[in-house]
Each structure stands twice: as C-alpha cells, then as structure tokens.
Ligand binder design. Sequence first.
Ligand SMILES: Nc1nc2c(c(=O)[nH]1)N[C@H]1C(S)=C(S)[C@@H](COP(=O)(O)O)O[C@H]1N2
Ligand SMILES: [Mo]
Length: 471
Amino acid sequence: MKQWLKTIRKGYGKKLVSIHAWNAWIVVILAISGLMLIGGFWREALGIGRVWLKWLHIAVGLAMLAPVVYYLFLASKHWKQLRNKPWQKANTLIVLALLIGWLLSGLVLWQFKLAGPLWSNAALLIHDLLTWVGLPYIIYHSITRTRWLKDPARRTIQINDSPIQMPDVKKTASPSSETDESVTRNTPAAMSALYADRSLHDQEVRPQGLDGNRTTTIEKPQPVYTRRAFIRSAVGVGLAVTLGPTFVSWVGKNLKFDNSIDSMLESDPNRMVPLPQPLSASSPPIGGGAEGHFRVYTVTPIPSFSNANWSFRIDGLVERAQIWNWEQFVKLARTVQVSDFHCVTGWSVYKNTWEGIPLKHFLEKAGVKPGAHSVKFYSGDGVYTDAITLEQARMDDIMIAVMHDGKPIPADLGGPVRLVIPQMYAYKSVKWLNRIEIIDSEHIGYWEERGYDKDAWLSGASQRFPNISGS
Ligand SMILES: Nc1nc2c(c(=O)[nH]1)N[C@H]1C(S)=C(S)[C@@H](COP(=O)(O)O)O[C@H]1N2
Ligand SMILES: [Mo]
C-alpha cells in the first residue's frame, strides 16, 4: 500500500498539473452541456439531440471521478505545499467541494428511478445551487488568471529581460521544489482551457506575481495592476450581466418570489369564456395547496387558446366519436383529486389538487371498440403526443384536468386543459390536451422517441392520497 502510494505520488508536481488540465476540460464540457440541458431554448431547439447531450453530460460527469480521486491521493502532499497560503487552501477546498457536490448530486439524478423523487428533488436543488454559485466562481478565477488577458508587450519584456528571468528559470529546472511550487500556484484556478499552455510557459509568467499572496522574486513596478483590476471588474460585471438574470430567476423560482401560478394567471394568454368555476373540494383545495414549483417545460412556443380556436375531441376506435367546444366542455361533470407530480429531471410538485374529468368517463361515454390497443393523447401545440395502453387508461386517477388548486390552469402549465397521470412520470401528462384517439397499436410518444423510457411508472413514489370524488 505504502509502496503503491509512493508510485502514485511519483512525479507529483507534473501529475497535479495534468490532473488540473484534464479537469479543466471536463468542467468546460460539463458546464456547456449542463447549461444547455437546463435552458428552455435548447430544450426546444435540440430535439433528440437533448437525450444524447444528457448521456454525454452523464458520461463526462462520471469521468470527472478519475481526476478527483487521483487528486485525493496527492492531496496530503499538496496540502503541505499550501501551508502558508490560506487563500489557495480555501480555493482548493471550494473547488473540491464543488466537484464532489456535483458528482454526488449528479449520481443521484442519473439514477433517479432508484433514488426516488425525494432524493432526486434534493439532488437537483444541490446540482443547480452549485452551478449558480460555483460556475461563476470557477469562470471568474480561470479568466482572471489566464495569460491572454495580460499585456503581451510586458510578457515580451519579461522574456528578453534575462537578468530578471534567470534565477527563476534555474529554479524551474530543479525538479521537486519548483514543480511543486508552480503547481501550488496553479491548482486553485480550477478551470482554464488555456491551462496547459499556461503551465508550459510557467517560468515566463512567474515573475508577474499572479497571486497577491505569492512572494515572487523580482517585481517591476507596473501600471499593469490597474489594468488587471480593470479586467477583473470587467469580467465580474460581464458575468453578473450574463449569468445574473438566470441566477436571480432560479433563486426566485426556488424561494417562491415570482413564478407563482397566480402570476402566470395574471398574464395568461388564454381567453376562455366562461372560466370554469371550482367545486367546493377545489376551493379551498382539499390538498391544502401545492407544495413546490412547476418548471415550465415545452418543446414548442407556448400556444394560446380562445373559444374560437379551441375544441376537444375523442375519436379513433370508438362507437361514438365526439367533439366539444369550450362552452360544452366546461359543463362536463368534474371530480377533484390530490396527487403528486414528478418530472424525470428531478423536480416534483406535491399535493396538487386537480379538478377535471376522469379519462375513464370519456372512454365509457365514447364506447371503446374491440381491437383497441392504446389511447393516444395529442397536444394543441401540434407537436407533442404520448400514449398509454387501454388497460392503463382505465386507472381511476387519470384526469383530463381543467383546474389546479381551484384555479384555471394557466397556459404555461398546459391550460386550458391538460392530462394528469399521477402514477407515471410527468412527460406522460400532455399539456394543452385537445384530442384523445383510440388506436389499434402502440404509439411512441414525443420524448420516448427521443430516448425516454416507454415505461414511465413511478416506482419510488406511492400515491400519498387516495382518489377523492368531487361533489
Ligand atoms: N405539450 C407538451 N406537454 C408536455 C411537455 C411538453 O414539452 N409539451 N413536457 C412534459 C414534461 S417532460 C413535463 S415534466 C411536464 C411539465 O409540466 P409543466 O410544464 O406544467 O411543469 O409536462 C409534460 N407535458
Ligand atoms: Mo419531465
């Protein structure tokens, strides 16, 4: 074991450098793919590519295990090198905590079915939080530390300035001490695509005293400090402007500032008349009010409807195909039920009080013909579809929902009418539902065509509330 550790630590400085460089690239790939996975824009634009991107993100995320574990073997030695460098120590700890936090929460998100919704929720929150705190931190550090931001003219002077340069270069040549030193200095800057380049030219950079806390050999008085200060603040402002709004909206969503369903309703583009009136079980909602926040997911621009362009129909293998306009549809008898809502990406909304028409009622009214195999659901967005088997469709708690917690469903969340299948992951719950078709074969839904599991059963989640019939 000791012998083995020794072999591992051999060439310690160089190893740290290459760990750092590898890790920098891994973080770059993870950051880009991760941000694309979060972004609503890319959700729309990528289509099937999103599923590949997700696998790439997972695979590269797992690959991050290698440099992190490798580093942990070298950590004690590295730590000694950092003795007198509290800032670098703090920095190393922060970066390590970030990487390990991302790794662990990412593992849970990857295995969301095993983990169950509670763990996935926590993991997603942590994963996001680390991203919005950690990513700006890492970007800031790598940018303010990369060489291309420094004055090239000055660099040239340094290189040609042999009397100054000499002692350093010599030091570099001595194997253990210098390599370790340079690494110590570089490690904290967690990510930099240019890192490898930087370490190559390490000795020319050295005298510039990159870190305030580093005691360097000779330092010429330079106006560059103000320049660097300028660049730092410019980068800071740039980051604040670009990442800030997303961060703020993320905080807002999670701390319930503004993405309340009420505010969605206030600016709701749907114009349905009359509005549905809640049953007594809906208002106040028997579930006590939903806990958690819906993330608005859509693969198309959010459609909007009015009485003029909305209708609802059931057709296909049925005895009595039927079509309703809105005035007729709001008169259909509704029931109320409470259920949890789980997305495969890790978030959930608990205790939703839905009011609507059980799917079963539609099937009975229409009369399913023999030979029917599946029930296909169409979205009014013209793109999204999904299906379940006829047997599944007979479950009591599948609902064509019209109201949520006693209010109309806003367009953002699939209103005026959306499907709710409480015992399956939410990608089955088609938004802007406007057509049910009974078909004689199976149908592969939008996300299933793009890699999602056809089997969307919630395993970890047991229904916490029995179905409740409205009155
Ligand atoms: N028409 C349509 N329905 C949809 C989706 C969609 O993109 N378009 N996304 C599904 C997914 S993956 C989830 S998690 C839920 C999200 O519902 P919400 O946007 O109301 O939070 O809607 C489902 N139904
Ligand atoms: Mo989802």
